[in-house]
Ligand binder design. Structure first.
Ligand code: S3P
Length: 435
């Protein structure tokens, strides 16, 4: 059943929220618990969205014991007897599930798995992971899903990735743990380094030099306890809303502040927005803190390019919404990766914003947006992409008239409490229509 959400223009966003837990970290915590040497890992505050549930379901089918103790706690036991019967693993909408699991399964001798996904995931490129895994001697096929894998003994490689992708890097590093010798991955710019930080915290020896990571094979770890920090990619929506609405101030508690993810804070500062960080702490090598965002009188346009791109790749749709209200020309380039996310985000964001009255020109690898332009309500199809649904909900909050988001249920794959937090911060409740 699909869902429509209808939003109207709102007032200021004010208050304090605990954003949903980090999606990338929840996936990794679950997978790393399942491939530990033994024991049961305790994951506090996991993201309860559909993507991470897909990871849990796949791990369960492979032989892990999963206990969903409460909303705030999931326990995952290390797999002792891998399921070697042919198994179909449904990764749903989740690229991280498919790509990281592929790296794990490639070296798991005896496993015979077919990884499938929904309509959107079935169109996403998997050659980027099968290419390095094939070089390692893996038996893997499928340029797009389904991906079939017969686990076997791997050999190490030195791999130069043509994309700055944490999913590619992590797949190779996870396969590297099962390979003989030292595996090296170099990427063109540093993508999120959650895998490396978690490896370090779990005692895996690895070497990091600029954009290169080296890991030796035959390493594992004991079960662990991890409290998942808040997801900066989810906080981004209400941070953008706070920036857009005069008189706003929103505080995000226990937010993940890994520098490979905080590009949005740099851009907000370029725009003239104050971001204050307090209570800095650490969760298994991941910095966390409370972050307060305040609106400003005038928004400066900004440039996103080069090494900044992987540090905010998932935030570009909502940053494009912000750009429509900046004084002048915003340029987003070097972001071709957006075309192979849950949707072609360059096309879908440009089309949707134009429909709402913005001045946007899509380019091959980004967008040029000239502001400020008043926005008006429109009907926008999320096309099953959570970040598109939420970005246009924020656009709707500054638009004249009503905006209807079609296929809005996609939002819950990463932000199950989105409407609740919208209401908490604005006092306005979006209208839900089940179709
Ligand atoms: C992710 C990495 C990013 C990001 C995705 C999650 C991860 O993708 O867009 O939402 O968990 O490693 P790429 O690594 O392909 O850029």
């Amino acid at each position: 059943m699909g869902q429509k959400l209808i939003f109207s223009r709102s007032g200021a966003f004010r208050g304090e929220i605990r954003p949903p837990s980090d999606k990338s970290l929840t996936h990794r915590a679950y997978m790393f618990a399942a491939i530990a040497k033994g024991g049961t890992s305790v994951i506090h505050d996991p993201l309860k969205g559909e993507d991470c549930e897909s990871t849990l379901d796949c791990l369960e089918k492979l032989g892990a014991k999963i206990e969903r103790v409460s909303h705030e706690e999931t326990r995952v036991s290390a797999i002792q007897n891998w399921n070697t019967t042919p198994v179909t693993l449904d990764c749903g909408n989740s690229g991280t599930t498919m790509r990281l699991l592929s790296g794990i399964l490639a070296g798991q001798v005896g496993v015979n798995a077919t990884l499938v996904g929904d309509e959107s995931l079935s169109k996403r490129p998997m050659g980027r992971i099968s290419a390095p895994l094939l070089l390692m001697g893996a038996e893997i096929a499928g340029a797009t899903p389904p991906v079939t894998i017969h686990g076997r003994q791997l050999k190490s490689i030195t791999y130069e990735s043509s994309v700055a992708s944490a999913q590619v890097k992590s797949a190779v590093l996870l396969a590297g743990l099962k390979a003989e010798g030292r595996t090296t991955v170099t990427e063109p710019a540093l993508s999120r380094d959650h895998t490396e930080r978690m490896f370090n915290a779990l005692g895996v020896k690895l070497i990091q030099k600029a954009n290169t990571v080296l890991v030796d094979g035959d390493q594992s770890w004991d079960s662990f306890t991890f409290r998942v920090p808040g997801d900066i990619s989810s906080a981004a929506f209400f941070a953008a809303a706070a920036a857009l609405h005069p008189g706003s101030q929103v505080t995000f508690q226990h937010l993940g502040l890994n520098p490979s993810r905080t590009g949005i804070l740099d851009v907000l500062e370029q725009m003239g927005i104050r971001c204050e960080i307090e209570n800095l702490d650490d969760e298994l090598g991941e910095p966390v803190g409370n972050v307060t965002i305040q609106s400003s009188e005038e928004l400066n346009p900004f440039v996103i390019e080069g090494d900044l791109v992987p540090r905010l790749i998932d935030e570009i749709p909502v940053l494009a919404v912000l750009a429509t209200q900046c004084q002048g020309e915003t340029v987003i380039r070097d972001a071709k990766e957006l075309r192979v996310k849950e949707t072609d985000r360059i096309a879908v964001v440009s089309d949707g914003l134009k429909k709402m009255g913005a001045n946007v020109t899509p380019t091959e690898d980004g967008m040029i947006i000239i502001g400020p332009t008043p926005l008006h309500g429109a009907t926008i199809d999320s096309a099953g992409d959570h970040r598109i649904g939420m970005s246009f909900a924020i656009a709707a909050s500054i638009a004249e008239g009503e905006t209807t988001i079609l296929n809005a249920d996609a939002i819950h794959s990463s932000y199950p409490e989105f409407e609740e937090h919208f209401t908490q911060l604005t006092g306005q409740t979006p209208l839900v229509v089940n179709t």
